[in-house]
Design a binder for this molecule. Structure first.
Ligand code: AMP
Length: 363
């Protein structure tokens, strides 16, 4: 099949790398040869600037995308001609934190208390309803902790409101969590679905730095509960492809933070760590192929992000259980440039390997 990807970043790059062995071809909406997906397929905005979406759609049998910030009207328009997966409902819901939270509430999925904010008066009222501390976030477009303001004292209300620069925002109560987890699942056109194990994510300054799969010392009921939430969301949105939900593990159980209608950074470990990677499973799902097994290839796996500068990657290349993935991006502060996957037969061996790569991690 010919698969058209809206976007041309590292997620598109890894989708294409996983899809070529299945005999798929790829085209991207990318505009330059500097994007991570360039050279992995046709770059339609580079070939034909004027009507590049039309050209991409003419090329493709099916369209997918890399980001929940993809224009939903454009997707609706494209869907009149060829399938777009995940579909409009998934995209529309997940690109707005308020719509996402409303769906969690509708399905009785626990999430932080929240209020939508369109004025300073809204924010003042919301704080008296929810209390402090609380986090103010832009309703759309935020990523890697950007567009967020942690409000601890009432005297920060005006500063927090001004930092949103007039865009719609959402105030969320601060969740007291033990750790952050995520669940990745894939659903096929035929409604078959598979789950990966819950993984444990460590962030620094809002950016994911380390994922450990599976999450350690996890009560098996927690995996079951997360899968139940996931299944309701997949079914409700009639989702096709990979869906990720980010969760907080608290003393009282799981609280869902947000979701993404796409392959996710916390699933990159699955390239070598699972029998079928999240990328391959997404491509299988949207192209109507049978889904692949999501079992781990080794007892433990981890993913370390390479952020800002490439660093001494030869260390990883000398380790038998490490796999380097670079995205062909230039160095810049806080930029995701690549990642290193690790596999190990025991937690002690995994910890030892992570320690060998400690220079890639913040203190
Ligand atoms: P997000 O962009 O929503 O994923 O938020 C980025 C990070 O901020 C999360 O990974 C958490 O570490 C933290 N965070 C976001 N929302 C909350 C919340 N309601 N309570 C506690 N921490 C949060």
């Amino acid at each position: 099949m010919k698969i058209g990807i809206l976007g041309a970043g590292q997620l598109g790059r890894m989708m294409a790398i996983s899809g070529y062995p299945l005999n798929h071809q790829f085209g991207f909406s990318g505009a330059t040869n500097n994007e991570p997906s360039a050279l992995l397929g046709r770059m339609f905005a580079l070939e034909d600037n004027a009507d590049y979406i039309e050209s991409l759609v003419a090329f493709a049998d099916v369209i997918t995308y890399e980001s929940e910030n993809t224009d939903v009207d454009m997707v609706a328009e494209i869907s009149k001609n060829i399938p777009v997966y995940p579909g409009e409902k998934s995209l529309f819901t997940t690109q707005h934190r308020g719509r996402e939270k409303a769906l969690f509430e509708q399905l009785n999925i626990p999430c932080a208390p929240y209020r939508m904010i369109n004025s300073l008066a809204d924010l003042t009222q919301a704080i008296s309803d929810i209390g402090l501390p609380a986090i103010l976030k832009t309703a759309t477009e935020g990523y890697d902790g950007k567009g967020q303001f942690l409000i601890r004292h009432k005297d920060q209300i005006k500063e927090a409101f001004d930092s949103m620069q007039g865009v719609e925002s959402i105030l969320e109560g601060l969740v007291d969590f033990k750790r952050e987890l995520s669940l990745i699942a894939v659903r096929g056109i035929d409604n078959d679905h598979r789950y990966y194990p819950l993984v444990e994510n460590t962030h620094h300054n809002g950016i994911l730095r380390l994922t450990i799969a599976p999450a350690q010392a996890l009560d098996p009921n927690i995996q079951k509960t997360a899968e139940r939430y996931m299944q309701m969301l997949l079914d409700e949105m009639d989702h096709v492809g990979v869906l990720t939900i980010e969760l907080f593990e608290t003393a009282h159980g799981l609280v869902v933070n947000e979701m993404a209608p796409r392959v996710h950074n916390s699933g990159h470990w699955s390239i070598e760590g699972a029998n079928t990677s999240q990328f391959e499973n997404h491509i299988r799902a949207i192209s109507g192929m049978p889904l692949g097994d999501t079992t781990l290839t080794h007892a433990f796996s981890a993913m370390i992000n390479i952020i800002g500068n490439i660093g001494l990657t030869d260390i990883a290349l000398s380790m038998p259980n490490a796999h380097l993935h670079l995205y062909d991006k230039s160095e810049r502060a806080d930029r995701k440039l690549g990642h290193i996957n690790l596999t190990a037969p025991s937690k002690a061996a995994l910890d030892h390997s992570i320690h060998q790569l400690k220079d890639f991690l913040p203190n």
